[in-house]
Ligand binder design. Structure first.
Ligand code: SF4
Length: 394
């Protein structure tokens, strides 16, 4: 058995829609990223602390302090938030069912529903009342909801497969904790609903295992390893803004909206293709009509200390030679201290200026910007500009 299942729970939102994707991805090398490695470290820390809690009934502050030496503040704080939530859930389960079992990093086999399917549940709490699966998502790029989440449902099937024979629970709770987004999302369904879902997806999983079906592109392609070479995705991207456009010489308003709504997704896909094509070209692939050239480069000083001392010896003042000392960015400092500690230390020195006007989908959760304010700002800028230029027409 490999380290990862072909029909992994984490990619299930993809292969349940695009059934050949799992076999297509299998042929490509799985690459890791700094984000994935960071996630692995956060999971290892959470596992260590929770195993200690389950074994001893408390979290040893000494161990936490030791871990703080090798871990940045942000990770310490985020993992601690997840661990505290899990501890609350363990206590909640033990209140209704004192002999509730807790398993950390538990192997979950859901192969009765998806061939050779297995995964690892970060935390699995089992009692006679319910099962609860709690998943840590360390990333903060994309918010993930537990509601209808297929990864969590496969884990729940795996947990039921392991414990259903010994326990008489009726419900399953599935919780995703994204501590860096301050997000906790839970879905709760009955075991009957879960099993009905399992029956419904079983033939689709078999099709995915067999690599059958036509590729189906959509939002689920975002993390697919085939995204740089997939024709279905290319068709989807390129046709997505060129559907039923009107015949006139100028674009209609709704057509411009349509282009803007798709722009972010298309830009990110184009960048992935450019990166892929360049890396292949550097490995020897020749792309028709393309060649590799040296990009624009900037001159640089090879020994900054020496260069500065020569300039100062020649009469240039320290302050004119050096840039002013610059504080790291808020994101870097939050990583260093942890979000909470950073806020405690520097709250009064942080302000959030108004963001630049941006066009987004009307389904975006942000409130529309009052346009009168924007117009006023615009007029003020114009006015200042005219005054500075000494325009006498005003
Ligand atoms: S990129 Fe999308 S359409 Fe293509 S194989 Fe992957 S999931 Fe399927």
């Amino acid at each position: 058995m490999g380290e990862h299942a072909l029909l992994s729970a984490s990619s299930s939102s993809r292969w349940l829609v695009c059934t050949p994707s799992a076999r297509m991805e299998e042929k490509l090398t799985d690459t890791t990223s700094p984000y994935a490695e960071e996630g692995t470290r956060a999971h290892a820390l959470a596992e260590q602390w929770l195993k200690e809690y389950v074994a001893t009934g408390y979290l040893d502050e000494g161990t936490l302090a030791m871990d703080a030496h090798d871990t940045d503040g942000e990770m310490m704080e985020a993992v601690r938030r997840y661990v505290d939530i899990v501890i609350e859930k363990i206590n909640e389960a033990r209140t209704v069912s004192p002999d509730a079992e807790v398993h950390i990093e538990y192997h979950l086999d859901y192969s009765p529903w998806a061939p050779e399917g297995f995964g690892t549940g970060d935390t699995v709490i089992v009692s006679d009342h319910y099962i609860e699966i709690v998943d840590l998502k360390y990333g903060k790029g994309v918010p993930v909801s537990a509601v209808g989440n297929t990864q969590m449902r496969f884990y729940a099937l795996g947990a039921h497969n392991a414990f259903g024979i010994c326990y008489g629970y009726d419900n399953v709770k599935m919780t995703i904790v994204q501590p860096r987004l301050d997000s906790v999302s839970t879905d709760e369904i009955s075991i009957a609903e879960l099993l009905a879902w399992g029956t419904q997806i079983r033939p689709i999983a078999q099709q995915a295992w067999d690599g059958k079906g036509a590729p189906v592109a959509g939002v689920h392609c975002r993390f697919c390893r085939c995204r740089t070479t997939c024709r279905a995705l290319a068709d989807y991207m390129l046709s997505s803004v060129k559907k039923d456009f009107a015949p006139g010489a100028e674009l209609e308003d709704w057509e411009i909206s349509d282009i803007i709504l798709k722009a972010k997704e298309i830009k990110s896909w184009l960048k992935d293709i450019e990166d892929y094509a360049l890396s292949e070209a550097l490995s020897g692939t020749t792309w028709p009509g393309l060649k590799v050239v040296e990009g624009i480069s900037r001159r640089k000083i090879t020994d900054e200390d020496k260069a500065a001392s020569i300039l100062q010896l020649n009469g240039y003042e320290h302050d004119t030679v050096y840039k002013p000392r610059e504080l790291k960015t808020i994101t870097e400092l939050e990583k260093l201290c942890g979000k909470k500690h950073f806020s405690e230390l520097l709250k009064e020195f942080i302000e959030k200026p108004e963001g630049k006007p941006t066009l987004v989908s009307e389904t975006d959760r942000r409130e529309p910007m009052p346009l009168q304010d924007v117009a006023d700002d615009f007029d003020d800028t114009l006015l200042e500009d005219f005054i500075q230029k000494g325009d006498k027409t005003l």
